[in-house]
Design a protein around this ligand. Structure first.
Ligand SMILES: *Cc1c(COP(=O)(O)O)cnc(C)c1O
Length: 432
């Protein structure tokens, strides 16, 4: 028995306890709405929804509907399809605004995440004589680093002169927020932009975005977020926090399929500002002027003003199947279950550590305000072999070099029993 000081859930390491928690779970019916890969004649333990979310069973029908409407209407499907293609993406503004805490006008979907980060930096990284620098995490995902570096080069800067990377302290894995705030303050005369992952992909650490945004603005800089590991995972209030812009992919916690469409957020105060430059395309103009073929680009005054071209309808159909589930559950219920599930996983790992010499170090913060549905572990004794053996045993996690195994129990489809069974498997591995 163990009482978690924060959530007051009393966890037990028993199948009966896990099954009882599942029976009490208000979201339990959603598990059946997803396809689970099969191994050894049963569902795998899927702890990798932070990398590629599972397929909702409805997705195939949603895509098939579009294929049928294409067969039936040809180009007329732009207006006559059940989800008229020309305005298909408009349906997402409401759902996404709830997921990221925005106004509907501030969000839209387009392209992929890395492409969108570039497009957003075209608009929001505007160095001048004094302000040239971009501040980021030292352990950001490679794509973010490449985006930043290539944008610096486009503006004629050398990476070493213009990038500020805040690292964890010696011997630590997570970045201390006070170090981020101090770096922002210290560079306040030369800082143009803070670009940060709201949840770090490697450690699962969630940053206090409200504080970081206030600090960036205090320093006279712009702040943008990569929400790849945050959208659909943690509670976000982008509008109220005054974040300038953000982008996310939808194939991780948002279950919208491999290579799914990406989402963007641009704060309302920037939507109608003609001073902000951007790369334009025909879809970015107001709806009334789209087919007038004007020579002058006058962008729409919503996030759609950043759209470039024709929407990828088949990806949008997959996105809709996934977001319909988020509309039903709401983020609050998901976050509440995520805290319990992740807390249970933490408890089970600690139980195994007590009885075995397995040395599974959890590097994700233990404070539930500082994490979402992910624990990153270092299996000190077995290293990658630990991950490999779990894969063979039917547990899908992700391994990241140099030595972290990420486990993401996702509230829409993971169960307490998944976590209990995971605990049994790691106990067996430890003695074999
Ligand atoms: C997953 C992820 C990406 C992926 O970008 P794509 O363009 O969708 O491939 C980018 N940044 C971070 C932090 C990620 O976790």
């Amino acid at each position: 028995m163990h009482t978690s000081s924060k959530s007051a859930v009393v966890y037990e390491n028993s199948l009966a306890f896990a099954q009882q928690q599942d029976a009490l779970d208000p979201l339990k019916k959603y598990r059946e709405q997803f396809y689970f890969p099969q191994m050894h004649g049963r569902d795998v333990i899927y702890f990798t929804g932070n990398s590629l979310g599972l397929q909702p069973k409805k997705t195939q029908d949603y895509i098939l509907n579009e294929l049928e409407d294409w067969a039936t209407f040809g180009v007329e499907g732009e207006r006559l399809a059940r989800n008229p293609w020309l305005s298909y993406h408009e349906q997402f503004s409401e759902s996404l605004s709830k997921i990221v805490g925005a106004k509907a006008v501030e969000v839209t979907v387009m392209n992929s995440l890395s492409v969108n980060l570039h497009l957003l930096l075209v608009s929001f990284y505007r160095p001048d004589k004094n302000r040239t620098k971009i501040l980021c995490e030292s352990n950001a995902f490679s794509s973010d680093r490449f985006v930043i570096e290539s944008q610096l080069h486009v503006h004629g800067f050398k990476t070493a002169d213009a990038i500020i990377e805040v690292a964890p302290r010696q011997g630590e894995h997570c970045i201390r927020e006070e170090d981020l705030l101090e770096a922002i303050e210290k560079n306040k005369d030369s800082l143009a932009l803070v670009l940060i992952g709201a949840v770090n992909h490697y450690t699962g650490q969630a940053f206090n975005i409200k504080n970081l945004t206030a600090a960036a603005h205090q320093a006279g800089a712009v702040i943008g977020l990569d929400l790849a590991h945050a959208a659909g995972n943690i509670k976000l209030q982008l509008h109220d926090w005054q974040v300038d812009f953000a982008g996310w992919c939808t194939y991780k916690y948002l279950n919208s399929g491999p290579g799914g469409i990406s989402g963007i957020f641009i704060h309302e105060r920037h939507l109608n500002n003609p001073q902000i430059p951007r790369f334009g395309g025909w879809l970015g103009v107001s709806k009334e002027s789209r087919f007038k073929l004007n020579r002058e680009f006058v962008p729409a005054t919503t996030a759609e003003g950043w759209q470039l071209g024709t929407v990828p309808v088949l990806l949008l159909a997959a996105h809709k199947a996934a977001l319909d589930l988020f509309d039903e559950t709401g983020m609050e219920a998901l976050v509440a279950k995520a805290e319990k599930l992740t807390g249970y996983l933490e408890f089970i790992i600690q139980e195994v550590n007590k009885t075995q010499d397995q040395q599974l170090e959890i590097i994700t913060p233990s404070d539930k305000e500082k994490r979402g549905s992910q624990l990153s572990l270092i299996p000190h004794k077995m290293g990658k072999e630990f991950y490999n053996r779990l894969m063979h045993a039917g547990v899908i996690t992700t391994w990241l070099e140099p030595g972290v195994m990420r486990c993401a129990p996702v509230p829409l489809y993971n169960s307490f029993e998944d976590i209990y069974r995971f605990g049994e498997l790691i106990r067996e591995l430890a003695v074999s």
